[in-house]
Design a protein. Structure first.
Length: 94
């Protein structure tokens, strides 16, 4: 899935009043992934992986999501992505 398509999918899950703030946070996280990589190509791959991981966390429901925090550090993702997903969950349309 293309980066912009996946980002649009995620943003469409949000309430309208929450989109701008979380969009900015996601873009900042993606920029950090790109800048931390040794090459631009690796940076883009890392950013895409981050976005896909965020999509996975956001898609988990209820207890599965809460339990995912405990395993976040053992996966290839860190606490920062879980915190962003947590903010996302609170901003979603339901």
């Amino acid at each position: 899935m293309e980066r912009e398509t996946l980002l649009a999918k995620l943003l469409n899950m949000l309430r309208e009043d929450q989109k701008a703030d979380l969009h900015a946070k996601i873009e900042a996280a993606l920029a950090e992934q790109v800048s931390a990589a040794p090459t631009p190509a690796e940076g883009e791959a890392n950013a895409m992986r981050f976005l896909k991981d965020l999509d996975i966390f956001v898609s988990w429901r209820g207890a599965d999501f809460i339990y995912s925090r405990g395993i976040a550090e053992s996966l290839r993702v860190g606490e920062d992505i879980w915190e962003l997903a947590y903010q996302f969950k609170h901003a979603m349309r339901e």
